[in-house]
Write a protein that binds this ligand. Sequence first.
Ligand code: AMP
Ligand code: GLY
Length: 421
Amino acid sequence: MKVAVVGSGGREHAIIKKIKENPEVEIIYALPGNGGIAADAKCVDVGAKDIEGIVKFSKENEIDYVVVAPDDPLVMGAVDALEAAGIPSFGPRANAAIVEGSKVFSKNLMKKYNIPTAAYETFDDTDKALEYVETCPIPTVVKADGLALGKGVIIAMTRDEAKEAVRSIMLDKQFGASGNQIVIEEFMEGPEITVLSFTDGKVVKPMVSSMDHKRAHDNDEGLNTGGMGTIAPNPYYTKEVADTCMEKIFLPTINALNAEGRTFKGCLYFGLMLTKDGPKVVEYNSRFGDPETQVVLPLLKSDLLTIMQATTNGTLAETEVEFMDGYAACVIMASDGYPENYEKGYEISIPEEVSNMVFVAGAKIADGKLLTNGGRVLGCSGIGKSLEEAIENAYKVVDQVHFDNQYYRHDIGQRALKAIR
Ligand code: AMP
Ligand code: GLY
Protein backbone atom coordinates (compact mmCIF):
# COMPACT_ATOMS: atom_id res chain seq x y z
CA MET A 1 0.00 0.00 0.00
CA LYS A 2 1.01 3.57 -0.67
CA VAL A 3 0.04 6.04 2.03
CA ALA A 4 0.32 9.85 2.13
CA VAL A 5 0.20 11.89 5.35
CA VAL A 6 -0.63 15.59 5.04
CA GLY A 7 1.09 17.89 7.57
CA SER A 8 4.51 18.72 8.95
CA GLY A 9 4.57 18.52 12.77
CA GLY A 10 5.45 16.16 15.59
CA ARG A 11 1.92 14.79 15.44
CA GLU A 12 2.40 13.80 11.80
CA HIS A 13 5.76 12.20 12.65
CA ALA A 14 4.06 10.09 15.36
CA ILE A 15 1.29 9.07 12.92
CA ILE A 16 3.85 8.11 10.27
CA LYS A 17 5.96 6.01 12.68
CA LYS A 18 2.83 4.13 13.76
CA ILE A 19 1.54 3.56 10.22
CA LYS A 20 4.98 2.18 9.28
CA GLU A 21 4.33 -0.75 11.64
CA ASN A 22 1.76 -2.14 9.19
CA PRO A 23 3.60 -4.70 7.01
CA GLU A 24 1.43 -3.96 3.99
CA VAL A 25 2.67 -0.38 3.78
CA GLU A 26 5.35 -0.09 1.04
CA ILE A 27 5.89 3.66 1.16
CA ILE A 28 4.70 6.69 3.10
CA TYR A 29 4.83 10.18 1.61
CA ALA A 30 4.72 13.26 3.84
CA LEU A 31 3.09 16.36 2.31
CA PRO A 32 5.20 18.36 3.06
CA GLY A 33 6.78 16.71 6.16
CA ASN A 34 10.01 18.16 7.59
CA GLY A 35 13.72 17.39 7.85
CA GLY A 36 13.19 14.99 10.76
CA ILE A 37 10.18 13.23 9.25
CA ALA A 38 12.40 12.56 6.20
CA ALA A 39 13.99 9.70 8.20
CA ASP A 40 10.66 7.82 8.15
CA ALA A 41 8.83 9.03 5.05
CA LYS A 42 9.48 10.49 1.63
CA CYS A 43 8.87 14.24 1.95
CA VAL A 44 7.18 15.89 -1.01
CA ASP A 45 7.08 19.63 -1.64
CA VAL A 46 3.28 19.98 -1.49
CA GLY A 47 1.93 22.29 1.22
CA ALA A 48 -0.72 21.10 3.68
CA LYS A 49 -3.13 23.82 2.50
CA ASP A 50 -2.58 23.13 -1.20
CA ILE A 51 -5.72 21.04 -1.69
CA GLU A 52 -5.36 20.85 -5.48
CA GLY A 53 -1.71 19.84 -5.11
CA ILE A 54 -2.60 17.10 -2.59
CA VAL A 55 -5.24 15.62 -4.92
CA LYS A 56 -2.96 15.88 -7.96
CA PHE A 57 -0.03 14.20 -6.18
CA SER A 58 -2.26 11.44 -4.79
CA LYS A 59 -3.75 10.69 -8.21
CA GLU A 60 -0.45 10.76 -10.09
CA ASN A 61 1.24 8.52 -7.54
CA GLU A 62 -1.69 6.13 -7.12
CA ILE A 63 -1.91 6.69 -3.36
CA ASP A 64 -4.19 4.14 -1.70
CA TYR A 65 -4.96 6.12 1.45
CA VAL A 66 -4.39 9.73 2.52
CA VAL A 67 -4.30 10.85 6.16
CA VAL A 68 -5.21 14.53 6.50
CA ALA A 69 -3.83 15.46 9.93
CA PRO A 70 -3.99 19.30 10.38
CA ASP A 71 -7.08 21.45 10.93
CA ASP A 72 -6.63 23.87 8.00
CA PRO A 73 -6.89 21.40 5.10
CA LEU A 74 -9.78 19.58 6.83
CA VAL A 75 -11.75 22.81 7.27
CA MET A 76 -10.86 23.76 3.67
CA GLY A 77 -12.33 20.50 2.33
CA ALA A 78 -9.30 18.29 1.61
CA VAL A 79 -11.23 15.12 2.41
CA ASP A 80 -14.13 16.20 0.17
CA ALA A 81 -11.73 16.90 -2.72
CA LEU A 82 -9.93 13.56 -2.31
CA GLU A 83 -13.25 11.74 -2.10
CA ALA A 84 -14.42 13.43 -5.31
CA ALA A 85 -11.23 12.13 -6.97
CA GLY A 86 -11.99 8.59 -5.72
CA ILE A 87 -9.17 8.53 -3.13
CA PRO A 88 -10.11 7.28 0.36
CA SER A 89 -8.81 9.44 3.18
CA PHE A 90 -8.81 9.86 6.95
CA GLY A 91 -10.59 12.85 8.46
CA PRO A 92 -13.95 14.59 8.44
CA ARG A 93 -15.45 16.37 5.44
CA ALA A 94 -15.52 20.18 5.66
CA ASN A 95 -19.13 20.23 6.83
CA ALA A 96 -18.14 18.23 9.94
CA ALA A 97 -14.66 19.75 10.45
CA ILE A 98 -16.62 22.95 11.19
CA VAL A 99 -16.80 21.75 14.83
CA GLU A 100 -13.25 23.11 15.02
CA GLY A 101 -13.52 25.70 12.24
CA SER A 102 -16.27 27.69 13.97
CA LYS A 103 -16.66 28.06 17.72
CA VAL A 104 -20.04 29.77 17.16
CA PHE A 105 -21.19 26.65 15.29
CA SER A 106 -19.95 24.22 17.94
CA LYS A 107 -21.38 26.22 20.87
CA ASN A 108 -24.78 26.42 19.13
CA LEU A 109 -24.63 22.68 18.39
CA MET A 110 -23.94 21.88 22.06
CA LYS A 111 -26.76 24.16 23.21
CA LYS A 112 -29.26 22.65 20.75
CA TYR A 113 -28.42 19.08 21.81
CA ASN A 114 -27.91 19.70 25.55
CA ILE A 115 -24.24 18.79 25.56
CA PRO A 116 -22.61 20.21 28.73
CA THR A 117 -20.40 23.25 28.03
CA ALA A 118 -19.79 26.75 29.44
CA ALA A 119 -22.75 29.18 29.18
CA TYR A 120 -22.11 31.67 26.36
CA GLU A 121 -23.30 34.43 24.04
CA THR A 122 -22.20 35.03 20.44
CA PHE A 123 -21.65 38.42 18.79
CA ASP A 124 -20.98 39.80 15.32
CA ASP A 125 -21.35 43.41 16.46
CA THR A 126 -18.53 45.04 18.46
CA ASP A 127 -20.77 47.52 20.30
CA LYS A 128 -23.13 44.79 21.48
CA ALA A 129 -20.19 42.68 22.68
CA LEU A 130 -18.73 45.67 24.57
CA GLU A 131 -22.11 46.37 26.13
CA TYR A 132 -22.39 42.72 27.22
CA VAL A 133 -19.02 42.68 28.99
CA GLU A 134 -20.12 45.73 31.05
CA THR A 135 -22.33 43.44 33.12
CA CYS A 136 -21.30 39.79 32.45
CA PRO A 137 -19.72 37.69 35.24
CA ILE A 138 -15.93 38.18 35.56
CA PRO A 139 -13.56 36.41 34.84
CA THR A 140 -14.89 35.73 31.37
CA VAL A 141 -13.50 34.08 28.25
CA VAL A 142 -13.45 35.78 24.84
CA LYS A 143 -12.94 33.54 21.79
CA ALA A 144 -12.49 34.32 18.10
CA ASP A 145 -14.91 32.21 16.06
CA GLY A 146 -12.47 30.73 13.54
CA LEU A 147 -9.07 29.03 13.43
CA ALA A 148 -6.34 31.09 15.12
CA LEU A 149 -3.43 28.66 15.58
CA GLY A 150 -4.76 27.84 19.05
CA LYS A 151 -4.29 31.47 20.12
CA GLY A 152 -7.77 32.89 19.65
CA VAL A 153 -8.83 32.45 23.29
CA ILE A 154 -8.41 35.28 25.81
CA ILE A 155 -9.18 34.71 29.49
CA ALA A 156 -10.13 38.12 30.87
CA MET A 157 -9.63 38.50 34.62
CA THR A 158 -11.10 42.02 34.67
CA ARG A 159 -13.81 43.93 32.79
CA ASP A 160 -11.15 46.12 31.14
CA GLU A 161 -9.28 43.06 29.90
CA ALA A 162 -12.54 41.71 28.47
CA LYS A 163 -13.17 44.98 26.59
CA GLU A 164 -9.60 44.99 25.35
CA ALA A 165 -10.02 41.40 24.13
CA VAL A 166 -13.23 42.25 22.26
CA ARG A 167 -11.58 45.24 20.60
CA SER A 168 -8.40 43.41 19.62
CA ILE A 169 -10.29 40.48 18.09
CA MET A 170 -13.20 42.35 16.45
CA LEU A 171 -11.76 45.77 15.58
CA ASP A 172 -7.98 45.28 15.29
CA LYS A 173 -8.57 41.84 13.73
CA GLN A 174 -5.71 40.28 15.71
CA PHE A 175 -6.73 36.90 14.28
CA GLY A 176 -7.93 38.21 10.89
CA ALA A 177 -11.34 37.14 9.62
CA SER A 178 -11.49 34.49 12.40
CA GLY A 179 -12.60 37.39 14.61
CA ASN A 180 -15.59 38.51 12.53
CA GLN A 181 -17.71 36.74 15.14
CA ILE A 182 -16.84 35.99 18.75
CA VAL A 183 -18.03 33.80 21.58
CA ILE A 184 -18.01 35.21 25.12
CA GLU A 185 -18.37 32.42 27.62
CA GLU A 186 -18.47 31.53 31.27
CA PHE A 187 -15.08 30.96 32.93
CA MET A 188 -14.85 27.33 34.07
CA GLU A 189 -12.52 25.83 36.64
CA GLY A 190 -11.18 22.32 37.09
CA PRO A 191 -8.61 19.92 35.66
CA GLU A 192 -8.45 19.67 31.87
CA ILE A 193 -8.58 16.34 30.07
CA THR A 194 -8.10 15.60 26.39
CA VAL A 195 -9.82 12.59 24.86
CA LEU A 196 -9.04 11.80 21.22
CA SER A 197 -11.56 9.42 19.74
CA PHE A 198 -11.96 7.43 16.56
CA THR A 199 -15.38 7.57 14.97
CA ASP A 200 -16.97 6.39 11.74
CA GLY A 201 -20.11 8.41 12.46
CA LYS A 202 -21.82 5.33 13.90
CA VAL A 203 -19.73 4.30 16.88
CA VAL A 204 -17.14 6.22 18.86
CA LYS A 205 -14.03 4.52 20.26
CA PRO A 206 -12.14 6.80 22.64
CA MET A 207 -8.37 6.53 22.79
CA VAL A 208 -6.43 6.65 26.04
CA SER A 209 -6.97 10.05 27.74
CA SER A 210 -4.20 12.63 28.05
CA MET A 211 -3.14 15.87 29.73
CA ASP A 212 -1.50 18.79 27.92
CA HIS A 213 0.85 21.41 29.44
CA LYS A 214 0.11 24.60 27.54
CA ARG A 215 2.17 27.22 29.36
CA ALA A 216 5.73 27.88 28.23
CA HIS A 217 7.48 27.63 31.62
CA ASP A 218 7.68 25.36 34.67
CA ASN A 219 4.86 25.57 37.25
CA ASP A 220 2.44 26.54 34.47
CA GLU A 221 3.93 30.01 34.16
CA GLY A 222 4.61 32.03 31.04
CA LEU A 223 2.70 32.40 27.81
CA ASN A 224 0.29 29.91 26.27
CA THR A 225 1.91 27.71 23.63
CA GLY A 226 0.80 25.00 21.24
CA GLY A 227 1.73 22.54 24.04
CA MET A 228 5.02 21.91 25.90
CA GLY A 229 4.39 18.32 26.91
CA THR A 230 1.78 15.67 27.58
CA ILE A 231 1.15 12.58 29.65
CA ALA A 232 -1.30 9.69 29.21
CA PRO A 233 -3.54 8.43 30.62
CA ASN A 234 -4.89 11.43 32.54
CA PRO A 235 -5.41 10.46 36.22
CA TYR A 236 -8.53 12.63 36.46
CA TYR A 237 -10.21 10.52 33.78
CA THR A 238 -11.59 7.80 36.03
CA LYS A 239 -13.92 5.04 34.85
CA GLU A 240 -16.82 7.04 36.27
CA VAL A 241 -15.83 10.23 34.41
CA ALA A 242 -15.30 8.18 31.23
CA ASP A 243 -18.79 6.68 31.49
CA THR A 244 -20.35 10.11 32.04
CA CYS A 245 -18.44 11.51 29.05
CA MET A 246 -19.58 8.67 26.79
CA GLU A 247 -23.22 9.09 27.81
CA LYS A 248 -23.47 12.88 28.05
CA ILE A 249 -20.83 14.12 25.60
CA PHE A 250 -19.31 11.65 23.10
CA LEU A 251 -22.39 9.82 21.82
CA PRO A 252 -24.62 12.95 21.93
CA THR A 253 -22.01 14.81 19.83
CA ILE A 254 -21.83 12.08 17.16
CA ASN A 255 -25.63 11.86 17.10
CA ALA A 256 -26.00 15.65 16.94
CA LEU A 257 -23.67 15.87 13.94
CA ASN A 258 -25.56 13.06 12.21
CA ALA A 259 -28.89 14.79 12.89
CA GLU A 260 -27.49 17.96 11.29
CA GLY A 261 -26.42 16.01 8.17
CA ARG A 262 -22.74 16.50 9.10
CA THR A 263 -21.56 12.95 9.84
CA PHE A 264 -18.09 13.06 11.40
CA LYS A 265 -15.51 10.45 10.41
CA GLY A 266 -11.92 10.51 11.62
CA CYS A 267 -10.47 11.67 14.94
CA LEU A 268 -12.73 13.85 17.06
CA TYR A 269 -10.81 15.66 19.80
CA PHE A 270 -12.73 16.38 22.99
CA GLY A 271 -11.13 19.12 25.09
CA LEU A 272 -12.85 18.69 28.46
CA MET A 273 -12.88 20.39 31.83
CA LEU A 274 -13.82 18.45 34.92
CA THR A 275 -15.90 21.10 36.72
CA LYS A 276 -17.67 20.63 40.04
CA ASP A 277 -20.84 20.09 37.97
CA GLY A 278 -19.20 17.29 36.01
CA PRO A 279 -17.26 17.14 32.73
CA LYS A 280 -17.95 19.94 30.23
CA VAL A 281 -16.68 20.56 26.71
CA VAL A 282 -14.05 23.32 26.40
CA GLU A 283 -13.56 22.73 22.69
CA TYR A 284 -13.85 20.25 19.87
CA ASN A 285 -11.04 19.74 17.39
CA SER A 286 -11.52 17.83 14.16
CA ARG A 287 -8.13 16.09 14.29
CA PHE A 288 -5.46 14.48 16.45
CA GLY A 289 -3.93 16.82 19.07
CA ASP A 290 -0.31 17.91 19.06
CA PRO A 291 1.47 16.88 21.35
CA GLU A 292 -1.28 14.54 22.65
CA THR A 293 -0.69 12.19 19.71
CA GLN A 294 2.94 11.74 20.79
CA VAL A 295 1.77 10.01 24.01
CA VAL A 296 -1.43 8.36 22.77
CA LEU A 297 -0.08 6.52 19.71
CA PRO A 298 2.95 4.98 21.47
CA LEU A 299 0.40 3.24 23.75
CA LEU A 300 -1.76 1.96 20.87
CA LYS A 301 -1.51 -1.83 20.52
CA SER A 302 -3.83 -2.21 17.51
CA ASP A 303 -2.92 -1.33 13.94
CA LEU A 304 -3.41 2.41 13.31
CA LEU A 305 -3.88 2.21 9.54
CA THR A 306 -6.54 -0.51 9.89
CA ILE A 307 -8.45 1.63 12.41
CA MET A 308 -8.19 4.71 10.20
CA GLN A 309 -9.51 2.80 7.20
CA ALA A 310 -12.36 1.48 9.37
CA THR A 311 -13.44 5.06 10.18
CA THR A 312 -13.60 5.77 6.45
CA ASN A 313 -15.41 2.52 5.58
CA GLY A 314 -17.87 2.60 8.47
CA THR A 315 -16.56 -0.63 10.01
CA LEU A 316 -15.21 0.73 13.28
CA ALA A 317 -17.66 -1.34 15.40
CA GLU A 318 -15.93 -4.57 14.37
CA THR A 319 -12.36 -3.17 14.42
CA GLU A 320 -10.05 -3.64 17.41
CA VAL A 321 -8.87 -0.47 19.16
CA GLU A 322 -6.70 -1.64 22.10
CA PHE A 323 -4.22 0.27 24.23
CA MET A 324 -1.42 -0.93 26.51
CA ASP A 325 -1.92 -0.70 30.26
CA GLY A 326 1.11 1.52 30.84
CA TYR A 327 1.78 5.26 30.80
CA ALA A 328 3.43 7.64 28.37
CA ALA A 329 4.98 11.10 28.66
CA CYS A 330 6.23 13.54 26.02
CA VAL A 331 8.54 16.50 26.65
CA ILE A 332 8.68 19.16 23.93
CA MET A 333 12.14 20.60 23.24
CA ALA A 334 11.69 24.11 21.87
CA SER A 335 13.88 26.93 20.65
CA ASP A 336 14.60 29.35 23.51
CA GLY A 337 12.23 32.31 23.21
CA TYR A 338 9.26 30.31 21.86
CA PRO A 339 6.34 31.18 21.64
CA GLU A 340 7.70 34.66 20.88
CA ASN A 341 10.96 35.34 19.04
CA TYR A 342 13.55 32.62 18.66
CA GLU A 343 16.59 31.78 16.55
CA LYS A 344 16.76 28.89 14.09
CA GLY A 345 19.44 26.98 12.24
CA TYR A 346 21.16 25.06 15.07
CA GLU A 347 22.31 21.52 14.36
CA ILE A 348 20.26 18.74 15.99
CA SER A 349 21.69 15.36 16.98
CA ILE A 350 19.37 12.44 17.66
CA PRO A 351 21.17 9.18 18.57
CA GLU A 352 19.87 6.14 16.67
CA GLU A 353 18.98 4.29 19.94
CA VAL A 354 16.35 6.87 20.89
CA SER A 355 15.14 8.01 17.46
CA ASN A 356 12.06 5.81 17.69
CA MET A 357 10.73 7.97 20.54
CA VAL A 358 11.66 11.34 19.01
CA PHE A 359 9.00 13.14 17.00
CA VAL A 360 10.35 16.03 14.99
CA ALA A 361 8.26 19.16 14.45
CA GLY A 362 10.46 22.10 13.41
CA ALA A 363 13.56 21.00 11.53
CA LYS A 364 15.02 21.10 8.04
CA ILE A 365 17.91 19.44 6.29
CA ALA A 366 20.63 21.69 4.86
CA ASP A 367 23.98 20.39 3.56
CA GLY A 368 23.15 16.98 4.96
CA LYS A 369 22.64 18.34 8.49
CA LEU A 370 19.42 18.42 10.51
CA LEU A 371 18.86 22.01 11.70
CA THR A 372 16.29 23.61 14.02
CA ASN A 373 13.65 25.41 11.99
CA GLY A 374 10.76 26.24 14.30
CA GLY A 375 9.59 27.11 17.80
CA ARG A 376 8.66 23.62 18.88
CA VAL A 377 11.59 21.62 17.51
CA LEU A 378 10.80 18.07 18.62
CA GLY A 379 9.11 15.93 21.23
CA CYS A 380 10.79 13.18 23.28
CA SER A 381 8.45 10.44 24.50
CA GLY A 382 8.85 7.67 27.02
CA ILE A 383 6.62 4.84 28.14
CA GLY A 384 6.61 2.93 31.41
CA LYS A 385 4.61 0.76 33.77
CA SER A 386 4.02 3.75 36.04
CA LEU A 387 3.67 7.45 35.28
CA GLU A 388 6.95 8.12 37.15
CA GLU A 389 8.76 5.62 34.94
CA ALA A 390 7.27 7.07 31.74
CA ILE A 391 8.33 10.60 32.75
CA GLU A 392 11.81 9.40 33.66
CA ASN A 393 12.15 7.62 30.32
CA ALA A 394 10.99 10.70 28.37
CA TYR A 395 13.61 12.87 30.14
CA LYS A 396 16.27 10.21 29.45
CA VAL A 397 15.57 10.71 25.75
CA VAL A 398 15.74 14.50 26.25
CA ASP A 399 19.22 14.06 27.78
CA GLN A 400 20.45 12.28 24.67
CA VAL A 401 19.10 14.73 22.09
CA HIS A 402 21.17 17.86 21.54
CA PHE A 403 20.85 21.24 19.88
CA ASP A 404 21.98 24.70 20.99
CA ASN A 405 19.47 27.31 22.10
CA GLN A 406 17.16 24.58 23.44
CA TYR A 407 14.44 25.08 26.01
CA TYR A 408 12.11 22.59 27.66
CA ARG A 409 9.97 22.27 30.77
CA HIS A 410 11.32 20.17 33.65
CA ASP A 411 7.98 19.45 35.28
CA ILE A 412 5.96 17.61 32.63
CA GLY A 413 3.66 15.18 34.44
CA GLN A 414 4.14 16.65 37.94
CA ARG A 415 0.58 17.98 38.03
CA ALA A 416 -0.71 14.49 37.16
CA LEU A 417 1.56 12.84 39.75
CA LYS A 418 0.12 15.14 42.43
CA ALA A 419 -3.38 14.02 41.45
CA ILE A 420 -2.41 10.35 41.89
CA ARG A 421 -0.65 10.76 45.24
P1 AMP B 1 -9.53 26.40 23.43
O1 AMP B 1 -8.69 26.84 22.25
O2 AMP B 1 -10.98 26.71 23.29
O3 AMP B 1 -9.22 25.02 23.88
O4 AMP B 1 -8.99 27.24 24.67
C1 AMP B 1 -7.61 27.20 25.03
C2 AMP B 1 -7.48 27.06 26.51
O5 AMP B 1 -8.13 28.14 27.17
C3 AMP B 1 -8.16 25.82 27.08
O6 AMP B 1 -7.34 24.70 27.01
C4 AMP B 1 -8.41 26.25 28.51
O7 AMP B 1 -7.25 26.11 29.29
C5 AMP B 1 -8.72 27.70 28.37
N1 AMP B 1 -10.18 27.92 28.29
C6 AMP B 1 -10.95 27.91 27.19
N2 AMP B 1 -12.25 28.10 27.50
C7 AMP B 1 -12.30 28.25 28.84
C8 AMP B 1 -13.35 28.47 29.78
N3 AMP B 1 -14.62 28.63 29.38
N4 AMP B 1 -13.04 28.57 31.09
C9 AMP B 1 -11.76 28.44 31.50
N5 AMP B 1 -10.72 28.22 30.67
C10 AMP B 1 -10.97 28.12 29.35
N1 GLY C 1 -2.54 20.34 22.08
C1 GLY C 1 -3.72 21.05 21.73
C2 GLY C 1 -4.20 20.86 20.36
O1 GLY C 1 -3.71 20.05 19.58
O2 GLY C 1 -5.12 21.57 19.97
